[in-house]
Write a protein of this length. Structure first.
Length: 347
């Protein structure tokens, strides 16, 4: 950047990045000519044509090398702007770019910096607004649910109780949706502010945490959770807590769409040099060709579980978002309806 800054001090070069390149190229072209003139004029004895030719070739090579090195230094503002944009896209690192220059490179750096700052402001404002709206909606829905439960507790009128029960059921589903939406916002915020680093993950500990968190759902439908842990430990980019969250969502999804008295298997293994975790159930499954739709946010394919459990259409989307943020993939396979499904995470 020092060369770029020094050239920007000259009035005729301040407003044009192209003129800076042309100026350096102009000087580079004339280095051999100046060298030859000095050689001919100040040589102690008259030089032969071959000597002059060799000297001219050497000067041309030297001048070309110097010009290329100087031009490489001159494109540093472009490299700086590119790296700043790349670091923000990948790791959300706020750049420090100079904005005082008036040429095209200076305008590029200033526009990138201002665009990133505007984008960051928009993201933060959007997150704050969504948290506020979700919090208020949860409060209003909770009040309606409490009122419906109060009516159920005190009323003896069957019709009134029936309506109050419907209100309580509806508000319960709304609260479940709002809680899932808040989890999505929190997870997205964590992903934006996190920097992936390799961490040793114990899959026995991971599975123990997952089993503990889904124990109640398993018991309600009398479903057995089996595990096959072929890999005890592995270094991955993903945080263990986020991996637990992903697997809990995947197992919870499997429970939701599994039939009572069935089994779910979680397998930890390495295949094709990839760490893989597969959650397999014997539930309702899905038709071939629907796998990608399942991971869409608010997917149209959402449906109630085998025990009429509510579905928000956010769980699998959240899992896929987290996994892909940490250089992994999440895929679903099924042989068809009522033939079960397998959801596989690969790192």
């Amino acid at each position: 950047m020092q060369l770029y800054k020094r050239l920007s001090r000259f009035g005729f070069l301040q407003n044009s990045y192209a003129f800076k390149f042309l100026f350096i190229a102009f000087l580079g072209i004339h280095i051999p000519l100046i060298g030859i003139l000095f050689f001919v004029l100040f040589a102690k004895q008259s030089a032969s044509p071959i000597t002059i030719l060799v000297f001219a070739l050497v000067m041309t090579l030297i001048a070309t090398a110097i010009t290329l090195i100087v031009l490489k230094r001159l494109i540093q503002p472009i490299e700086l702007a590119s790296n700043a944009l790349n670091n923000y896209r990948k790791e959300r690192i706020m750049p420090l770019l100079p904005i005082e220059f008036k040429d095209e490179a200076g305008l590029l750096m200033r526009n990138i910096l201002e665009t990133i700052q505007d984008n960051e402001k928009y993201i933060n404002e959007k997150q704050d607004l969504m948290y506020l709206l979700s919090h208020d909606l949860r409060t209003f829905t909770g009040n309606s649910q409490s009122l419906a439960q109060l009516i159920l507790a005190e009323s003896t009128n069957e019709t009134v109780n029936e309506y109050a029960s419907l209100i309580a059921q509806s508000t319960s589903q709304q609260l479940h949706f709002i809680e899932s939406f808040l989890k999505l916002l929190k997870a997205q915020d964590e992903l934006l502010h996190s920097n992936p680093e390799l961490q040793n993950i114990s899959f026995e500990a991971i599975h123990s945490s997952v089993s503990e968190q889904v124990q109640q759902q398993l018991a309600l439908k009398h479903i057995k959770l089996n595990s096959i842990i072929e890999v005890k430990e592995k270094a991955l980019l993903i945080n263990p807590e986020l991996l637990v969250r992903v697997l809990v969502n995947m197992v919870d999804n499997a429970i939701k769409f599994s039939f009572p008295e069935s089994e779910i298997q979680v397998k930890y293994f390495i295949k094709n040099d990839q760490m893989q975790i597969a959650v397999t159930d014997n539930g309702v499954g899905f038709n071939v060709g629907q796998s990608e739709i399942l991971f869409q946010k608010f997917t149209s394919q959402k449906k109630k579980g085998t025990a009429n459990e509510a579905s928000t259409g956010l769980g699998l989307y959240l899992c896929k978002t987290i996994v892909e943020r940490y250089k992994g993939s999440l895929q679903a396979t099924s042989e068809g309806e009522n033939k079960g499904a397998t959801f596989t995470v690969r790192f």
